[in-house]
Design a protein around this ligand. Structure first.
Ligand code: WQD
Length: 339
């Protein structure tokens, strides 16, 4: 199929682009490079062994987005583009709602005008909110405690309502747990814009010497070692989940399908610190710090639905996640080149 990937030069979008091409799909990337660098594209083309068409557009601009659909023909869309930093969203709610919802409105309007019916949406386990029991299941209620999380809850609702109005739509809501790791080549990986929020890029920056120590946010959680646990998922497994979901949209009769993409296994902060120290053979100094507001003790998936309906299972281990992250970070200490 010919697939539009919004945000295709981003962390998850870039890894998914490679797997879609490897699976025989033709890919077109739309990205405004607000949170990624154009240099990613050259890396992708080198790894894919083929040129990759891309458009630099503002997806919140309806005319621009419609022009893209008039110029190109798409069989499906994978919608990664969006702002995703929880803390930033609290400081800049209007920008988050405008960007994340606005791009989805533009995209859906253009899809409807041009008869594109398949959409894979990049959602997040954050939609389970702060009170959800574990392991989290797709039929749990959704809620949020920050504007970023609300944009995901709202986009899921918008997509469900659009599908209810046009039952020919085939929409996959993919709820990611904690994506980490990098392509095994070390040529692409997570390159956070500004100061990272997430644990794995911070661990990598400590290991490579860009930071002195990792602050452990809270050691008084009701978990075996007192630190919070998350369902870390290798980005390559996450990418293969998108290929599987896209295939299923060609078979399912359901207008909307929701799938957790996680391993189902929780890992604590201290366990991840140890795993990263072992994989990188570097000391990882830590400093105890207070809990981070909004953090929960446990978040991990029940991945049974994706396994049963997509035949998808995460296969890479925590060691793989750390080793692949380290290869990317040590080969690219400052991330992607600016030019
Ligand atoms: C993981 C654990 C921290 C940094 C976030 C978003 C979520 C999703 C994934 C987009 C937590 C601890 C972290 C540090 C630490 N993103 N930590 N010291 O918070 O589970 O989820 O990323 O969809 O929406 O909220 O991931 O990597 O920020 O934190 O101790 O310097 O590591 O407290 O327990 P989180 P994270």
């Amino acid at each position: 199929m010919r697939i539009l990937i919004t945000g295709g030069s981003g962390y998850i979008g870039s890894h998914t682009t490679l797997q879609l091409i490897a699976a025989g799909h033709e890919v077109v990337i739309a990205d405004n490079f607000s949170r990624s660098k154009p240099s990613v594209l050259a890396r992708l083309e080198s790894l894919a062994g083929t040129p990759i068409k891309h458009h630099v557009i503002d997806l919140t601009d309806r005319e621009e987005t419609d022009r893209l659909f008039a110029q190109e023909t798409f069989d499906a869309v994978i919608h990664f583009a969006g702002l995703k930093a929880v803390g930033e969203s609290v400081a800049m709610p209007l920008e988050y709602y405008t960007n994340n919802l606005g791009s989805t409105f533009s995209l859906l309007t253009a899809m409807r005008a041009h008869g594109v019916k398949k959409l894979v949406f990049s959602s997040s386990a954050t939609v389970y909110g702060e009170q959800a029991p574990v392991p989290m299941q797709e039929d749990f209620p959704t809620s949020a405690t920050n504007p970023y999380g609300w944009t995901k809850v709202m986009q899921e609702q918008i997509l469900c309502d659009v599908a209810a109005a046009d039952p020919e739509m085939r929409i996959a809501l993919l709820r990611y747990f904690n994506p980490v790791g990098a392509h095994h080549s070390g040529m692409i990986g997570e390159d956070p814009h500004g100061v990272p929020n997430n644990l794995m890029p911070l661990l990598a920056q400590v290991a490579v010497g860009r930071r002195d120590a990792l602050h452990v946010y809270g050691k008084d959680y009701p978990t075996p070692d007192g630190t919070a646990r998350r369902d870390y998922l290798h980005v390559e497994d996450l990418a293969s989940g998108h290929v599987a979901a896209l295939d299923e949209l060609g078979r399912t009769e359901a207008p909307v399908s929701t799938w957790n993409l996680g391993t189902g296994t929780p890992t604590s902060v201290l366990e991840m610190v140890s795993a990263f120290a072992e994989a990188s053979d570097r000391e990882i100094p830590t400093v105890d710090a207070p809990r981070r507001p909004g953090d929960i003790a446990d978040s991990y998936a029940d991945p049974a639905k994706a396994q049963a309906e997509l035949g998808w299972v995460a296969v890479r281990t925590v060691h793989d996640m750390c080793a692949d992250t380290w290869r990317w970070q040590s080969q690219n200490p400052d991330g992607f080149p600016d030019a």
